[in-house]
Design a protein around this ligand. Structure first.
Ligand SMILES: [Fe+2]
Length: 203
C-alpha cells in the first residue's frame, strides 16, 4: 500500500520511534503489517488508508519527543493534531485499544472525549484487533497472552483479574472496558472468517 497518507504516517512513526524505542518500533511495524493485510477486507479506500495509517502511528505517543502527559494515546493524538495530520487518524490513535478506560483511571477521560471523536466502526475493530494480537516484539499473541503481558509489564494486578484467562475482574471500569473490547474483537471475527471465503463482511 503506497499512498500519501500511509507513506507520511510511516515516515513520521519511523522518525519518532525506530531509534529511540526500537522494541516499540518492532511492535508497531508488526501491527501495521497485520493491519495492511486485514485492510483488504474494507470496501472503502478511505477506510483502508485510515486503518493502516492509524496502525502505524498508534503508539507514536510513547516517543520521548512526543510524550507530554505520559498517556500515550492522548499524547500521540495531540501531537498529530499539532502537526495537522489527518484528523480521523488522530482520533483513531486517541481512542485505540480501549484508551478511554485508562484515560478514566488517569483522570484524562474528559480531555480525550472533548478533543477527539470516538469512532465505532469496522476500522476501529480491526485496529484494536491488530494491536491486541501483537506482542511487544511483534510476535503474534492471543488476546489472553497480550492481556497477561500488559498486566505483568505494568503491574496492573489491581486492575486486571487474577487470571489471564478471565476478563479483568477487580475494577468496574476495566470490566466494562473489557466488555467493550470483547465486543470489538467478536465483530472482527466476522470479516476474518469472510476473508477465508474471499468476500468482505463489514460490520
Ligand atoms: Fe500497540
Amino acid at each position: 500500500m503506497q499512498t500519501g497518507l500511509v507513506n507520511e504516517a510511516r515516515a513520521l512513526a519511523e522518525r519518532e520511534l525506530s531509534e529511540s524505542l526500537p522494541r516499540r518500533w518492532r511492535h508497531v511495524t508488526a501491527v501495521a503489517a497485520k493491519a495492511e493485510r486485514l485492510a483488504t477486507l474494507l470496501p472503502a479506500e478511505r477506510d483502508r488508508l485510515a486503518l493502516v495509517a492509524a496502525a502505524v502511528l498508534h503508539d507514536v505517543g510513547y516517543a520521548p519527543s512526543v510524550a507530554v502527559t505520559g498517556f500515550h494515546p492522548l499524547d500521540g493524538a495531540r501531537w498529530l493534531q499539532s502537526i495537522k495530520f489527518d484528523g480521523r487518524v488522530a482520533a483513531l490513535v486517541a481512542h485505540h485499544t480501549n484508551a478511554l478506560v485508562e484515560a478514566e483511571l488517569r483522570g484524562l477521560a474528559a480531555d480525550l472525549l472533548d478533543e477527539f471523536d470516538r469512532e465505532d466502526s469496522p476500522v476501529t475493530d480491526l485496529l484494536w484487533f491488530c494491536d491486541l494480537t501483537t506482542g511487544p516484539d511483534g510476535q503474534d499473541f492471543s488476546v489472553q497472552e497480550r492481556v497477561e503481558e500488559v498486566r505483568q509489564r505494568y503491574g496492573l494486578a489491581q486492575w486486571f483479574g487474577s487470571s489471564s484467562t478471565e476478563a479483568p475482574g477487580s475494577s468496574t471500569k476495566w470490566r466494562s472496558g473489557w466488555k467493550h473490547c470483547s465486543h470489538h474483537l467478536t465483530r472482527c471475527r466476522a470479516p476474518q472468517a469472510a476473508s477465508d471465503h474471499g468476500q468482505c463482511a463489514s460490520a
